[in-house]
Design a protein around this ligand. Structure first.
Ligand SMILES: C[S@@+](CC[C@H](N)C(=O)[O-])C[C@H]1O[C@@H](n2cnc3c(N)ncnc32)[C@H](O)[C@@H]1O
Length: 269
């Protein structure tokens, strides 16, 4: 990690408050990352099972939370008083060039959260998809307005050789969508996000995990989910009876711009 901070947790106090932590009770952190949320739960006496599918995360269990019930049963965490999901990528994943998640770091276009078990990389998707498939992907998972011209530019560019590096893809996108002065984010943000969601099949994992999480909760137990994408939030909202939405304060967004799109919802069994 080169002494870098692994990840700054978002909505930390809000998540703790909604989890209603009771000392000596068991909790599951499905997205351990660098353990920011877990440490805060432990600090007030909770006993936490930390899960992350990324082998670089110092989590206790390395597995996809799509298999949450099996993981929890094996670890003796059934029933539990609370479950947390803080979806998406960690800063560590984004900032480690070789993982190929970032348009700011030139590296092989990879984006697999678990390279040991996943075989399809972002480069595979970019080089194999038809123009139409790519445009649909960028619209659906990235809400990218210029999906079609970007997909066209990708197909044209790869006719002279495969697109293998993050920078190659970022440059193709920049030729279609020049950075305007008013743009808060890099023009490649949405396409990279769409590829990451597809490579890691993130929405299917969430859909699989939510009902298992509810089964694992004791009566009165709480499930708290932090999401960063409207499709994730739609899945969560449709699943939860209580649709209370909690968003970061202006101060938090100022201190940690990644919090800007964070939304938190909770469910009580
Ligand atoms: C936003 S980070 C979590 C940060 C963490 N709360 C902290 O304070 O450091 C999301 C983490 O979830 C992991 N993750 C994403 N999808 C997953 C899945 N389906 N199963 C297990 N871990 C997953 C990622 O590898 C990443 O480390």
């Amino acid at each position: 990690m080169n002494g870098q901070i692994y990840h700054i947790p978002v909505l930390l106090n809000e998540a703790l408050e909604q989890l209603h932590i009771k000392p000596g009770k068991k909790y599951i952190d499905c997205t351990y990352g660098g353990g920011g949320h877990t440490r805060a739960i432990e600090a007030v006496g909770g006993i936490v099972l930390g899960i992350d599918r990324d082998p670089e995360s110092p989590a206790r269990v390395h597995a996809n939370f799509a298999h949450l019930k099996e993981i929890a049963n094996r670890a003796g965490f059934n029933p539990v008083a609370g479950i947390l999901m803080d979806l998406g990528v960690s800063s560590h994943q984004l900032e480690t060039a070789e993982r190929g998640f970032s348009f700011n770091r030139d590296a092989k276009l990879d984006m697999r959260m678990d390279p040991a078990t996943q075989t399809v990389t972002a480069a595979d998707l970019v080089n194999a998809g038809s123009q139409k498939e790519l445009a649909v992907l960028f619209t659906k998972f990235g809400e990218e307005r210029a999906s079609r011209p970007i997909a066209k530019a990708i197909v044209e560019a790869r006719s002279t050789g495969p697109i293998v590096m993050t920078d190659q893809l970022a440059q193709i996108i920049l030729r279609v969508r020049r950075r305007g002065q008013a743009d808060r984010t890099h023009p490649a943000t949405r396409v990279f996000q769409a590829l990451r969601i597809a490579v890691n099949d993130e929405l299917s994992a969430l859909e699989a995990a939510l009902p298992q999480a509810v089964e694992l909760l004791e009566t009165g137990g709480r499930l708290v989910v932090i999401s960063f994408h409207s499709l994730e939030d739609r899945i969560i909202k449709n699943f939860m009876k209580n649709k209370t939405l909690i968003t970061p304060t202006k101060e938090e967004v100022k201190a940690n711009p990644r919090a800007r799109s964070a939304k938190m919802r909770f469910f009580e069994k």
